[in-house]
Ligand binder design. Sequence first.
Ligand code: GLC
Length: 455
Amino acid sequence: MRYAVGALLFLSCASFGAVDLSHVPQIRETAQERDARMQWFRDAKFGMFIHWGPCSVGAKEIGWSRNANRPWDINGVQTPRTEDPVYDNYYKEFNPAKYDAEEWVRFAKESGMKYMVLIAKHHDGFAQFDSKVSDYDIMATPYGKDIVRAYAEACHRQGMKLGLYYSTRDWYHPEYLVGDNAKYDAFYRAQVKELLTSYGAIDVMWFDHVGGQDWGKWKFDELFAMMYALHPKLIVNDRAARFCGPRTPEDRGPPSPETARMTEGDYSTPEGVIGAMNLARDWESCIHVGRGWSYHGEDGFKGPEDCIKMLVSCTTGGGNLLLNFGPRPDGTFAEGEAAVARAMGAWLKVHGDAIYGTRGGPYRNGAWGGSCHKGDKLYLHVCKWPKGGLAFDPLPRKILAARTFANAPVAFTQEDEGLSVTVAENARVAPVTVIELTLDRAIEPGLLAGGLRAP
Ligand code: GLC
């Protein structure tokens, strides 16, 4: 028996190579442990993404406006690194004298966001933190202070969940995929380690792709083992190994099932769109308010009502919204962008009970809106009223009471064939009429009871 256990242990270690992955949650945790680890994220619904860096000096898109070769990212061709003499020198002018991290966090809180994700390094390779392994960092700017440190301290002081974005894809680093990639692999893991050891508790690591399509070039097992040794409850998105895949015959080829599972991370990241309803896999849509991810000037922002509807679509579909802001080079927010955040905060002050802590469903969402639930409450978020009101498939719970958030009466009939719900036209409000139904008992997470019935 003892030998059998020994052999088993040996085999499982062998299959992971030398790296001990036994504490990596994506591989070993139970469903209950996973629910506990993911709970704050599932409850949060709404986060603030911040794309910021020297590029804002030129009001240019972060990373992508850098006019130089992008190894592996231009038509997948392996091209050597070159420089952009303009973009690569913005950092010499980056001096965000008005950057006030405490104010940022206060503003995010006031706007109803429960977590934040700040760019620590984008594809342009510039570190917004004091990196000991790179000179291309915030300490080389006239500003000369660690932006990530101030942000982390403010998040901690104000109880804000703290996320860091780190782009593994790095078009600036001379070794990245086109030099000695092993050196780059060690470099980026060292930077991730700096982020995870210098700033106290970190709640989310938000990776953003690796170029190249060769698993053999990367030590993802070491990355995850390191991250989870330092922060056992860390939540990681799905892009740590994204865009990797065997490509040439000499590639080491597809990852082990464990590595694949691990690097799929904890949640999916539909980008620029609302994720499709999914009650089984966690997800978060990242969408920018402005014309791009980073600062592009003082206009061109989405309207607050559209952003509120996006939050509703994400929530009812089982996901989160990570709404992106691109501060000005001085560290303040453009008025049009700030106005969106303020309007969402005001809406959430009234409707927050129907968003935070809920779970998506039980009805399929769509153009009409969507549903979500918490305890004995079922919330209907109605964005567009079908003629004659809402007619749903049957609800496997008894409705005891109904009201809108503006305390208008709600007419409903609950029969074997289905549920119909309506509100007088003059009691419907833009952008969303939120209805609260009190049920005889709670709905279990993941339940899908159908959707709108054909009229
Ligand atoms: C993409 C883009 C990047 C952006 C990110 C945010 O990967 O390349 O510029 O930061 O999405 O989701």
